[in-house]
Write a protein that binds this ligand. Structure first.
Ligand code: MG
Length: 273
């Protein structure tokens, strides 16, 4: 009898250990309920907003202020990023330099980035060849960067809708095309909510994204269908809690400046009890 009790205890311990080890990011998130106007509810942290719109607030991590690439590494070999810094103001992709990614990893976040496509391109260079780049979250989810400016309703510069600027690549076109002309600086202000996975690795809440392009909302809390890729239907692969921000080199001399990020807390109201 004693032996049986001992076996049961061991089994219970093993089960508890397995449960502990298997705790997913989902299970670890506390969903607390409050009464209306509950005075026990904590007030949010205080931060100082920037004096000028587009500049980093006090709790932002500055990823690029124009002067150095110390927050970035090359996609090629995890060495220093080799994009050129011009006039201590912006960075430019040299020919065949390869993409770059942040050294730090992020989950839920707000990202501000400014980008510029080159002028003087041959009008015959169109479609995906016209100043292609991209901003990816968690190494997986790309917001397209492209010269999608058109003043003739896409007659002379058109690509597939889910691949134009501000599209969630291969999934959703932006609601409107808010592109500026080549040579003009453009902004993305993006709020990203990471996906959640259960203990079996199944995605139980898709990633969500809100994209503001040059001050215009072009995606509003949109569900991302999975990893973005070329000519492949999106799906969620292995579970991930954090990942790098990536800037794509697609062989075009793109420029970027003023990049900062804020890490965001979980949004409990989007998690089922
Ligand atoms: Mg791209």
């Amino acid at each position: 009898m004693k032996k049986r009790v001992k076996v049961i205890k061991v089994v219970v311990c093993l089960l508890l250990l397995a449960t502990f080890l298997g705790v997913s990011s989902y299970a670890a998130i506390e969903v607390k309920k409050y009464a209306v106007h509950d005075r026990e509810r904590k007030n949010p942290p205080v931060i100082t907003p920037a004096e000028q719109f587009g500049q980093p607030p006090s709790d932002a991590i500055v990823l690029f202020d124009g002067t150095d690439l110390s927050e970035w590494a090359s996609d090629r070999s995890d060495v220093e990023a080799k994009w050129n810094i011009i006039e201590n103001k912006y960075m430019e992709v040299p020919t065949k330099a390869g993409g770059i990614h942040t050294k730090k990893e992020f989950g839920n976040c707000q990202l501000h980035i400014e980008w510029r496509t080159p002028t003087g391109l041959d009008p015959k260079i169109t479609d995906q060849k016209r100043s292609n780049s991209g901003v990816s979250f968690m190494d997986r989810y790309e917001v397209q960067v492209l010269d999608s400016y058109t003043n003739d309703n896409y007659k002379t510069n058109r690509t597939y809708a889910d691949g134009q600027a501000a599209a969630i690549y291969g999934q959703n076109p932006p609601m409107v095309n808010a592109c500026r002309k080549a040579g003009e600086w453009q902004n993305y202000d993006i709020s990203f909510l990471r996906p959640l996975f259960d203990e079996e690795g199944k995605c139980i809440r898709k990633a969500r994204i809100t994209v503001i392009h040059n001050g215009v909302v072009v995606h509003n809390n949109l569900e991302i269908e999975g990893t973005t890729s070329h000519k492949r239907k999106a799906r969620y692969g292995s579970p991930h809690e954090r990942g790098r921000i990536r800037l794509q080199d697609h062989g075009n001399p793109m420029c970027f400046r003023n990049i900062w990020i804020r890490e965001l807390p979980e949004q409990p109201y989007l998690i089922q009890d």
